[in-house]
Design a protein around this ligand. Sequence first.
Ligand code: BG6
Length: 303
Amino acid sequence: MTTAQQLNTQFGIDGQVVFRKDAGGLIVAEISNPQATASLCLQGAHLMAWQPKSQSLPVVWLSRDAKLAAGKSIRGGVPVCWPWFGAHAAESGFPAHGYARTVPWQVIESGTEPNGATRLTLRLLENEKTRAQWPHDARLELTVIVGETLRMELSTENTGESDFVISEALHTYFKISDIGAVRVSGLAGCDYWDKVGGSALNKQNGAISFTSETDRVYIDTAAECVIEDDQLKRRIRVAKSGSLSTVVWTPWTAKADRMGDMGQPDGWREMLCVESANAFENAVKVTAGAKHTLIVEYRAESL
Ligand code: BG6
């Protein structure tokens, strides 16, 4: 395995990108520039933090009980769900949300954008272990551009001889004031699969507000969503392309208790997931030799 020192030699950018080994043995890239700070764990290409300098609080939420451990997903940040979203369609023993979020990725590039933002690209290729769960050849890459906005580009290239289908999500946890005080706009009129209490297809009426567990997969929507947070006096914009599903999730008390890593007793109240995805009927067929890219861009605006 490549060491933090080797990564610093090859991809470090003085002060802007520094790789370090975490106490649990995983390698984390710390990113800092005049516009923002961020950190990203190489396992799962998991962005754990992003805070633009314009904001006094983080925009991306990380549980205070988050653990960095080999083979385990980190609670909070931006898990990369791939090559399937949610439970595996046929194998109940396979991990929820696919394996990409729990295996090591390789850093392949770092750099500075013309506007001063910092860019880091990681890659995941198949190996014997991943092939046991998903028998295809693919080049998966995540480029993260850290600046006043956070841009993430997840590309799937089919490097094999036959077509395949993926579902996927950039499963972002956003820091909010309180789940009872925020609204999500941008999805009015959209159909959604309601995953709470079975799966039913419903239509969204107006903005979304939260009074209980909410776990919805909005389909056929490329719309920008906005988290309106009057208490924090800010608005978070979630813009995307190459994504036709948006997942909105809050676990509420009982599920958060069962999960056990949400920052008890009420850490779950200060986060909301708005996930840019391709799920259910929006799963994507990637033909042999073709490439599909899901792009998100997040922006925090003070009110
Ligand atoms: C959401 C799902 O995307 O992720 C929820 O819609 C799920 O059903 C949540 O509980 C968290 O998943 P996990 O596997 O990270 O605990």
